[in-house]
Design a protein around this ligand. Structure first.
Ligand code: MSP
Length: 672
């Protein structure tokens, strides 16, 4: 039994994480890419029976965030709260399965970072000195370049800093790191990234400044509070502080013991130096084990360059979720881009993949097979007279191959393999033509033939569905239920074998899985994206207030006598629910509007509400309100509002007063 195997569950722990994202900008598809890859790996490992811990979160300290907050006229904390919530809500909306979400402004993190700093100090790896040189605020990187030189990494101007700093003796770790890389060829993957990192270390490591004094948005150095700890040391520590490092509580220590060292740390190639050089050196210095592997992926490009806020070429996941759904986005990102290499995003390619692989490929195979089982076998899985040599061996190969490919994070080839299998099943069905009545063939023989074809197709779909589940979980869950197999989240998908589908299984209710997308879907996404960008531009320039469309507030009902009565069924059509406000902010140029993000427990959504004149946004955070949850979405000031906040309307001006409860009430609860 491995040392990290727990007796309680007998499951092997598996710890995977993404980088934590800067809160200087709202999430875009680049962030979604890494997080979806991590989620897919986490789901796959859970499916294989591992005790998975999947971590993501936000990186909230440092000069870059402080400056962005100042620019937005907010405190750094308020600014970080807002953007961090956006990331968290997006991941929840996409149904991502992270087990924890760390914010570097949380006390548990601060405690752990200070413990790490003290540990390194006590072990003699930290000393005080003066740094005079260049600093790149955008990369939060000390740059070895002459005054006035641009950052060699990102090309932006660097700033001159001269500060008394604490230094970490990084120079002592060059040889140790190189020996470690040599001894662990899979420590950094792919190999091209490993080579780059090794070349960097071979070039010589200088001691690293690990504190700043010229600003204070960070974690203070213990015992010398005018210094804040360098943001990269602060941020990298999240991978252990989230497990409980730095805490003396037994449950935190147990969690840390169980999951550390991490199994897979995912990251984009631009931050490999921090992860594969500084982070292992900090861990070595602290006497802690190193992660088992870093998997470095390439960039998602849009309009030829890396998608990033500063380049202004971003696409938001929300745009795609609204039009094609989360599965389409997940599938595209993992199928289209070879993990490790750069790859391009375009709306055209997205819709093309969606139609070719999901609507016409998997979706169509499911719908034609299950419809025929409905038609010829009354919706009950038929008996098969035996295995089919053009399909069953393909299924067995796919099971073995796809598992290995997921394990090595080769998502595109895993999906390619599954789709080769889908094509083989399609060809088999077409060639066997179960819908044709052969001339002179007795009905019984004909039915047997149909039974064999449709059993083979349905069993193939079961296997395909289990294999694609980590990538397209919503669609897979639907198909599983349509196959009559119930709730996929409760299924044991560990050991897939041909023949698991039992003849006699009654199919569930059939329905479309991936309806074909029309060309117009592309325009809709492009328009949404442009509207979103126009909105942020408007916010930045503070357009003067203009008349606003009627606010989405339910006014108090006029006297009952004047109102036509409704039946209880009419009332039941209105879905009133308790929701908690997580984010509230003013809408630029609209004096009465607030943009809210509310949590319903089962989902998060955005509502634009006309309550700004009565409520300060900050007073609303955490407040529970009543919303009309099933109102058709509408756009206000370019923002989509999904629902209405219920309020009484007072006086001539209709001052809104939010409905609420005296008792503490569970979010998501329905009012009826
Ligand atoms: N806060 C640091 C990381 C600290 S981890 C201890 C940071 N944050 S970031 O917001 O800039 O996010 C960087 C990560 O987001 C990348 O490493 C990558 O995982 C993901 N991506 C952001 N833009 C991306 C692309 N255009 N393409 C692919 N991944 C991208 O660096």
């Amino acid at each position: 039994m491995s040392a990290r195997m727990t007796n309680k569950t007998d499951k092997i722990p598996f710890y995977v994480m993404t980088p934590i994202y800067y809160v200087n900008a709202r999430p875009h598809l680049g962030h979604t890419y890494t997080t979806v890859a991590a989620d897919t790996l986490a789901r796959y490992k859970r499916m294989r029976g591992f005790d998975v811990r999947f971590l993501t979160g936000t990186d909230e300290h440092g000069q870059k965030i402080e400056r962005s907050a100042n620019k937005a006229g907010k405190t750094a904390q308020a600014f970080a709260d807002e953007i961090s919530a956006e990331f968290r809500f997006l991941w929840a909306r996409m149904g991502l399965t992270n087990d924890d979400y760390i914010r570097t402004t949380e006390p548990r993190h601060k405690r752990g970072v200070q413990r790490l700093f003290t540990e390194l100090q006590q072990r003699g790896y930290i000393y005080k000195g003066t740094y005079t040189g260049q600093y790149c605020v955008s990369d939060e990187l000390y740059v070895d370049a002459p005054e006035g030189a641009p950052c060699p990494d990102c090309g932006r101007p660097t700033e001159r800093v001269s500060e008394e700093n604490y230094y970490f003796k990084l120079s002592e770790f060059g040889d140790k790191l190189l020996a470690y890389y040599e001894a662990h060829p899979d420590f950094i993957r792919p190999e091209s990234r490993r080579n780059e990192v090794m070349a960097f270390v071979r070039g010589g490591l200088k001691d690293l400044s690990i504190s700043r004094t010229s600003f204070n948005w960070g974690i203070p150095v213990p015992g010398d509070e005018k210094h804040v700890i360098y943001v990269w040391m602060d941020a990298l520590a999240n991978y252990i502080t989230a497990l409980g490092y730095g805490s003396d509580a037994p449950e935190d220590q147990a969690r840390f013991q169980k999951y550390w060292p991490a199994d897979v740390q995912l990251l984009g190639k631009e931050i490999s130096r921090f992860h594969c050089v500084y982070w292992p050196a900090f861990l070595m210095a602290a006497g802690l084990p190193l992660p088992k592997s870093f998997v470095v992926h390439g960039w998602l490009l849009f309009e030829q360059s890396k998608m990033s806020k500063s380049r202004g070429n971003i696409v938001r996941a929300e745009t795609i979720l609204d039009v094609l759904g989360a599965d389409a986005l997940r599938y595209f990102l993992l199928r289209e881009i070879v993990f490790g290499q750069d790859g391009s995003f375009s709306f055209d390619a997205l819709v093309q993949r969606y139609n070719a692989d999901l609507a016409n490929g998997y979706g169509n195979l499911v719908s034609r097979t299950l419809t025929m089982i409905g038609k010829y076998f009354d919706g009950v899985v038929p008996e098969s007279t035996g295995e089919v040599e053009t399909v069953t061996p393909e299924a067995r190969t796919a099971i073995v191959k796809v598992g290995g490919l997921f394990d090595s994070l080769d998502f595109s080839r895993a999906l390619e393999t599954i789709w080769v299998f889908i094509a083989a099943v399609d060809i088999y069905i077409t060639a066997s033509a179960p819908w044709k009545q052969g001339a002179g063939v007795p009905d019984k023989v004909q039915q047997q033939h149909r039974g064999q074809v449709l059993y083979t197709a349905a069993e193939s779909i079961r296997i395909i569905t289990a294999l694609v589940y980590p990538v397209i979980p919503d669609a897979a869950a639907k198909v599983w239920a349509q196959l009559g197999l119930g709730d996929i989240t409760q299924a044991d998908l560990k050991d897939l074998e041909w023949g698991g589908l039992k003849p006699g299984t009654k199919l569930g209710t059939l329905g479309p899985i991936f309806p074909r997308a029309e060309k117009e879907a592309i325009t809709r996404m492009q328009e949404k994206e442009e509207a979103g960008l126009a909105e942020s531009t408007a916010a930045a320039t503070q357009v003067p207030s203009a008349p606003v469309a009627a606010a989405p507030v339910v006014a108090a009902a006029p006297a009952v006598a004047e109102t036509k009565t409704i039946t209880i069924d009419d009332f039941a059509k209105v879905e009133l629910r308790v929701a908690q406000i997580k984010v509230a902010e003013r809408v630029a140029g609209a004096d009465r509007l607030l943009r809210l993000e509310v949590d319903l427990g089962y989902e998060q959504r955005q509502i634009v509400a006309g309550i700004a004149e009565a409520y300060a946004p900050e007073s609303l955070i955490g407040r529970k309100v009543v919303i009309v949850a099933n109102l058709a979405p509408r756009k206000l000031r370019g923002l989509e509002s999904n629902g209405m906040v219920v309020a009484a309307s007072l006086g001539e001006k209709g001052k809104p007063v939010l409905a609420g409860f005296l008792e503490d009430i569970e979010i998501g609860a329905r009012l009826k």
